[in-house]
Design a protein around this ligand. Structure first.
Ligand SMILES: Cc1cc2nc3c(=O)[nH]c(=O)nc-3n(C[C@H](O)[C@H](O)[C@H](O)COP(=O)(O)OP(=O)(O)OC[C@H]3O[C@@H](n4cnc5c(N)ncnc54)[C@H](O)[C@@H]3O)c2cc1C
Length: 371
């Protein structure tokens, strides 16, 4: 079988790429080792539509988050995907954290984030009576969505234009062959399957570096080697008591945004995620109950009513990070690899947060790279 484009991975990024590429009438196949879409990182996030405050100006993360926020709300409205523009407070809990709010405001404005403002305690109290803060940054365009409904809508659109989805197909080999790519897969019953594609989009999430290596890329020379950083969540047994997203000022190097409060479309309140590097890249989604007091303590800095009795373990996700523990910020890799002698291969590596927010815009970039 030969197709125009093979997309590896049916996470939210692979689905967005399939939807986008199918618009031009190309033949598309999405190859996914699971039997359904979004079975890995994409279904284990906070489902927050970020505004784009945090990231250095000019980076993919900053640019695609700002435009991705608009694009994603537009898609949700057009396709009936449940979402809510709840708004987010970044809170300083002591006066010495307040300069960080000014820095974030300037960073967000430099990135082109609209509608940001500094807020005083009266504003915070009116929004969230239980939050303790000396000042805050208000981001009205941060919100949440239903990622499963988003995935369904992308699959439906791509399928309606002829894209096919090969579930339970694991890519095992990828090599350049003539003017195309030869892909080898393990099919549903372990039988080998081969496929040729003019273009390959590597949207394999936690294994995107492994796939790049299969294509012959030296991960250390290219700077593509991933580190796994687990993020755990606890549920707050206080549904409805918090109605906006509430974040502390962020940690150094943007390893994570600090244990924060997210509110689901169903009103559930969650604390997290934290950041714990997994040294051996083991997939581990456990959330030990014993961590409850740590999460409660982190949240109680700005939500004093939170006690260990009010929290219970929730889910965990794993970030595919290009920066190791303590290392500086790294941007997404969104690269067509002609310069490495691998034309038609687009690698998407290190798509941690805000990857969900950026998904539609990453897909637009992929389409542009493939011409
Ligand atoms: C804890 C946490 C919280 C987050 N919160 C947010 C948030 O609030 N907002 C936001 O914008 N972003 C957030 N993110 C980031 C966001 O979730 C990711 O950027 C996004 O989901 C990445 O999607 P993906 O498609 O690249 O990866 P994935 O969802 O991991 O999909 C990759 C797919 O590739 C498949 N695959 C891999 N290897 C193979 C192979 N060899 N053969 C076949 N298939 C293969 C996998 O099975 C998988 O289905 C968060 C991430 C984490 C971990």
């Amino acid at each position: 079988m030969e197709v125009d484009s093979a997309v590896i991975g049916a996470g939210i990024i692979g689905l967005a790429c399939a939807e986008r590429l199918s618009r031009a009438g190309r033949s598309i196949v999405v190859l996914e080792r699971h039997d359904r879409p979004i079975q890995e990182t994409s279904s284990r996030s906070s489902q927050v539509v970020h505004a784009g405050l945090y990231y250095p100006t000019g980076t993919w993360k900053a640019r695609l988050c700002v435009s991705g926020n608009r694009a994603l709300y537009g898609w949700c409205e057009a396709h009936g995907v449940p979402h809510a523009r709840l708004g987010k407070l970044v809170v300083a809990t002591t006066p010495d954290e307040e300069p960080e709010l000014h820095r974030l405001l300037a960073q967000g404005q430099a990135n082109g984030v609209p509608n940001l403002s500094l807020a005083d305690t009266a504003f915070v109290r009116a929004k969230e009576p239980d939050v303790r803060a000396t000042a805050a940054l208000w981001s009205p365009d941060t919100g949440v969505l239903d990622v499963h409904a988003l995935a369904e809508s992308l699959v439906a659109e791509a399928s309606s234009r002829g894209a096919t989805f090969a579930w339970r197909h694991r890519l095992t080999a990828l090599e350049r062959s003539g003017d195309a790519w030869a892909l080898r897969l393990d099919g549903p019953d372990g039988q080998p399957v081969t496929l040729r594609a003019r273009h390959v989009v590597n949207a394999a999430g936690l294994d995107s570096d492994t796939i790049a290596a299969l294509a012959g890329i030296d991960l250390d020379t290219a700077g593509y080697r991933l580190h796994y950083a687990k993020g755990r969540y606890f549920r707050l047994k206080a549904k409805g008591r918090v109605r906006h997203l509430v974040y502390p000022v962020p940690a150094a190097h943007l390893a994570g945004l600090g244990v924060h409060v997210t509110v689901g479309l169903d009103g559930d309140v969650r604390l997290g995620p934290d950041v714990t590097y997994l040294p051996d890249r083991r997939i581990d989604y456990a959330v030990p109950e014993s961590l409850g007091p740590d999460f409660a303590r982190a949240a109680a800095r700005f939500l004093p009513f939170v006690t260990p009795e009010l929290v219970e373990p929730d889910q965990a996700g794993i970030r595919p990070k290009l920066s190791g523990s303590g290392e500086p910020f790294r941007d997404f890799v969104i690269a067509e690899e002609s310069a490495r002698g691998l034309p038609g291969l687009v690698n998407l590596v290190g798509l941690e947060s805000p990857g969900l927010t950026c998904a539609l815009e990453i897909a637009r970039e992929v389409e542009a790279l493939l011409g």
